[in-house]
Structures are given as structure tokens and as C-alpha cells.
Design a protein around this ligand. Structure first.
Ligand SMILES: [Zn+2]
Length: 486
């Protein structure tokens, strides 16, 4: 059984082709409720009986012209048959000759209503191009057109739509979307099969998607976004995004950039300045969910997974323009049915543990201080200005030293308040007090959470805690100790 989206796509494509009709043999395979809805809406209307039909008697699927012979037994007073080379005359039941035409006028009227357009629907190229009306989209009024013409009609579509533009620019919903940009510089073309859905209450148009894709006035066009000068050959897993309510920081191989949301195209030009757009909200959502959004969660929050899929595809494009990293930024995991960030993502304000210069857990130390605070030390290269003793010239020398930072367990998000440790916080203390070894099961939730917490807060690769099957012990890859009196 074909899903509604695929059927809708078939209707749109056929409507924008030479033929414009579906024969009985085609529609008999459709889910009945969807066919009925299309007929009720008037998008499909019954046309004249077919003049030819495929032979179903010999199995060779040849198409033959329909012939008629008088028949007193049939209500029509005649009977249809075709001549099959193998089987001779083959009777064709009248029902097989029924056909349905995709009605462009009705589609135009339905779309204008679905988009709440003002103005009246105007057929500007007979049977193939309509001006549907106008509405405010992405900050200003734009004209909306529908083309149900084939791509070979490109020049005529572009010419007639351009002539009927009353706004500065407009959008064209196309039944055959592969139009080139020639003559279309004031029109943004959308695939009517993609942005329109056939719902139980009629057609719906994904205005969010359209607005996201439209050129913006204040913000910079997608293809004009200035890419970050990240080191060449960097891959998405090496990138970290630090997402705040209205801030974005990108970290890669020890560099970091604060992104101007407006310059990066993430500002919502439909609202007062300073607000982030829908795609940025999705980034925030990913950050809250540690870079992984299961489809079930998307459906629970958004209802419409198709719309979300399109937003993800826009977000991928925007990220690719901003960060020229290799590979795919957001992946679909078909087994887990989840969208997964190919990069690390976290909420701004989550404390970052310092990074050792060699990027290794072996170069980290964590100590529980006497006063209950947690000290984190990492080996880092530091450049110290020094005068050369012999020449007196100022010079720079690189030293390796351990850089220390101290945090409370609350700061680190490992305790709700001073007296209430989270399980992973309790586990960290036990680990520090036991010198980095914990006898716990391999699937102990608190240890797994702590492992993840350490990875997320440092962005270091590899597991900071490793389970030894032989001894049934978790072992820390970093140095653990406690100054607390026993
Ligand atoms: Zn035949």
C-alpha cells in the first residue's frame, strides 16, 4: 500500500504532465479513503471513458483501442471490446474504462485556501499556471503562483509569472519542480509534492518550511553565509557546538568561534531582532537531548515528522554553509529511528572541563579536596615570555605544566544542591576515594552516566572509565585521588 505522501506526489506529477488522467487500473490500487478524499475535494474528477486499455486476457500487457458493438443487454446499449492478437475479441467491463482527471483549477483554489491567501485566484496560462494570491511570508508580502505545466514549458511559465508579479518577489509551487533559474530570479520555486500534504481535512501547505527557505531581507542568504576558517580536512565528529538561548560557539581542534546568529542566518527576521529562528530552536533541542532526537520524541512534540524531516534538511544545509567540515552533520539512524548529530553538542552554561594539550585521559587528574570541592588538573602547553639571559632579547618558551581548576559538585551538575548528590556524583566521589577503581557491574547505570558526563564535558575521545571483565572492576583512565580524611 502506498503512503499518502507518495500518492499525493503521483497526483501532482500527473497533473503537471501531458496526460493529466489516471485510469481505473491505476486508482484501483490506491487506498480507498485517500482516493475518496481526492474525489470529494474535486482534485480528481471523472473524465470521459478511456479510448484505449491494456489487454488483461493474454498477459502480454499490450494496449489496444477500445471498440464498441451494439448490445441490448447492456445499460449503455453497447459493449466495449478490444482485439487481442492471441485471444481474439476481449470484452472490457465498462468500469475499466473509467478515468479521473487531475483538476488544476480545483487544486489552485484549494491551495489558495490552505495558504490563507488574499486576492482572487487567476488562471494566467490556460490550464497550467495560476496566480493564487498573496500573503506575508518571511517578513513581507509575496505573490504565490502554481504551475501545473511540464518543465518544457519553462520559458512560458517564467515569463507569465514574472509579468503577474505585483510584489517584489514571489514563490512558485510547481507540479514539475525541475525548473532552471533562468527568468526566475524573483521567484523561489518549491516542489508542490514536497511542501503540500493531503491531510484528512484537505490540503495543508508547510509554511514554516517555505519561510525558512525564502531569501531574507535582513539576514544573509544561505549561500552567502561566510564559512568559518576551520582547519582543512576536519570532520564533523571533531566539531563541538555550544548552544545557548541566543548564542552559538563552535569549537574545533583547540580553536573556537562565537557565531553572530544573524550573520549565520539563524536570526528570525519575522520577529523583533535577537530572536533565534526555528532551525536554531532545533539545535537547542538537540543540545538538550545530548545530540539525539528519537522520532517518537519528534512526533510527541511536533506531530508532523515530514515537516521535521524537511527542517532537518534545511538545518544540514545551513550547518554545511557555516562549517565546511567533511561528512554529514546530522544523520538518520534507521535502526534506532532517531536523528543523530555527527558532531558534539551541548548547552552553553554547562561547565567545560579543561582539555589536556595531548587530548588524552592519561593527562588528566581529578582530586576531591578536603573542603569537598573537585579539582581538575590537565597537562597543558603554555607559552611563557622570558628574556633570553644571554642576549636580553624577549623570547617565548613553551613549557608543559598542569593547569588546575576547582568546582563544586553543584557547579558541575553532579549534585542538585549541597546535600543531594546525583547518582553519578556519588559514583565520582567513590571513584576518587578508591583511587580510580570501582567494583560495580558492567551495566551499572550510575557508572555509565558518569562515563558519558566526563566525555560530554571534555569532548575527549575514548572512554574515561573502562570495565574489566576479568576482575569485574571499572577502572579510570585518568588519575584519581581524594584529600578527604578517612
Ligand atoms: Zn492480449
Amino acid at each position: 500500500m502506498r503512503p499518502p505522501a507518495e500518492l499525493w506526489s503521483a497526483v501532482v506529477r500527473r497533473g503537471a504532465s501531458e496526460e493529466r488522467t489516471f485510469c481505473f487500473d491505476e486508482v484501483r490500487q490506491w487506498p480507498r479513503p485517500i482516493f475518496d478524499r481526492l474525489v470529494e475535494l474535486g482534485l480528481l474528477r471523472e473524465g470521459p471513458l478511456a479510448a484505449s486499455v491494456v489487454c488483461d486476457a493474454c498477459g502480454k500487457m499490450h494496449r489496444e483501442d477500445v471498440l464498441w458493438e451494439p448490445s441490448v443487454r447492456d445499460p449503455l446499449g453497447k459493449r466495449a471490446y478490444i482485439r487481442c492478437p492471441d485471444e481474439g475479441p476481449v470484452h472490457v467491463p465498462e468500469i475499466r474504462l473509467r478515468q479521473w482527471v487531475v483538476d488544476g483549477n480545483v487544486m489552485a483554489a484549494n491551495l489558495a485556501a490552505a495558504m490563507a491567501l488574499s486576492g482572487s485566484v487567476e488562471e494566467i496560462l490556460a490550464g497550467s499556471v495560476w496566480k493564487l494570491g498573496r500573503r506575508r511570508l518571511a517578513g513581507r508580502f509575496r505573490d504565490v503562483f502554481l504551475s501545473m505545466a511540464g518543465t518544457s514549458e519553462h520559458a512560458r511559465i517564467a515569463e507569465v509569472a514574472a509579468r503577474h508579479l505585483t510584489a517584489k518577489d514571489g514563490i512558485l509551487l510547481a507540479g514539475q519542480p525541475h525548473l532552471n533559474s533562468h527568468g526566475m530570479d524573483r521567484l523561489t520555486v518549491f516542489d508542490a509534492a514536497e511542501v503540500v500534504e493531503l491531510g484528512t481535512d484537505g490540503l495543508t501547505v508547510d509554511l514554516d518550511y517555505i519561510e525558512d527557505a525564502l531569501p531574507r531581507d535582513r539576514a544573509i542568504k544561505e549561500d552567502k553565509i561566510r564559512s568559518l576558517p576551520i582547519p582543512e580536512g576536519i570532520t564533523w565528529p571533531e566539531i563541538t557546538l555550544d548552544v545557548g538561548e541566543s548564542s552559538l560557539r563552535v569549537l574545533a581542534r583547540g580553536h573556537s568561534w562565537n557565531i553572530d546568529l544573524e550573520e549565520a542566518g539563524f536570526a528570525d527576521t519575522r520577529r523583533k531582532h535577537g530572536e533565534a529562528d526555528k532551525l536554531f530552536q532545533i539545535l537547542l533541542w538537540f543540545a538538550l537531548h545530548h545530540g539525539r532526537l528519537p522520532l517518537a520524541e519528534v512526533k510527541r512534540r511536533k506531530g508532523n515528522p515530514d515537516g521535521f524531516r524537511r527542517q532537518i534538511s534545511n538545518l544540514r544545509k545551513r550547518l554545511a554553509n557555516l562549517i565546511p567540515a567533511e561528512g554529514e552533520s546530522i544523520l538518520w539512524d534507521p535502526e534506532q529511528e532517531a536523528y543523530t548529530c555527527g558532531f558534539k553538542i551541548k548547552r552553553a552554561g554547562d561547565i567545560d572541563l579543561p582539555l589536556p594539550s595531548d587530548g588524552s585521559w592519561m593527562s588528566c587528574q581529578i582530586i576531591e579536596r578536603r573542603n569537598g570541592r573537585i579539582a581538575v588538573g590537565v597537562k597543558a602547553n603554555s607559552v611563557r615570555r622570558a628574556r633570553d639571559a644571554r642576549t636580553g632579547e624577549p623570547g617565548a618558551a613553551e613549557h608543559q605544566e598542569t593547569v588546575w581548576n576547582e568546582y563544586s559538585l553543584v557547579d558541575l551538575g553532579l549534585a542538585r544542591d549541597v546535600d543531594r548528590l546525583l547518582p553519578e556524583g556519588q559514583t565520582l566521589l567513590e571513584l576518587l576515594r578508591s583511587g580510580g577503581r570501582l567494583v560495580r557491574a558492567g551495566d551499572d547505570m550510575a557508572v555509565l552516566k558518569l562515563n558519558r558526563w566526563l566525555r560530554d564535558r571534555t569532548g575527549l575521545g575514548g572512554d574515561p572509565l573502562q570495565f574489566s571483565e576479568a576482575t569485574g572492576t571499572w577502572i579510570a583512565a585518568f588519575d584519581c585521588s581524594s584529600e578527604r580524611p578517612r
